[in-house]
Write a protein that binds this ligand. Structure first.
Ligand code: ZN
Length: 87
């Protein structure tokens, strides 16, 4: 092992937004805050829970609405053309 190049390894507290606290070894110097852990993650709890910290779900819903509206417009246009063809 080379001298003076290794970060200091110590035990720190990992705090979750749900209130759970874990003590674990790390090279970080201060307590670590996380927004999800094994006590509150849907995979471990078996409950459906929405975690959307950056608004990605909202963005996706807005995008889908826009696409749906465009598709409906296209269908209406096609139907209109079919009616014209029948005459
Ligand atoms: Zn948690």
């Amino acid at each position: 092992m080379k001298a003076d190049i290794h970060p200091k390894f110590q035990t720190i507290n990992f705090k979750c937004a749900c209130g759970a606290t874990y003590v674990a070894g790390s090279t970080m110097e201060e307590d670590f805050h996380t927004e999800i852990c094994s006590a509150c993650h849907p995979f471990f709890t078996g409950k459906q829970k929405l975690i959307d910290s950056s608004g990605r779900v909202d963005k996706f819903v807005a995008k889908m609405k826009k696409a749906q509206a465009a598709a409906e417009k296209k269908v209406k246009k096609v139907k209109k053309n079919e009616e014209v063809d029948e005459k």
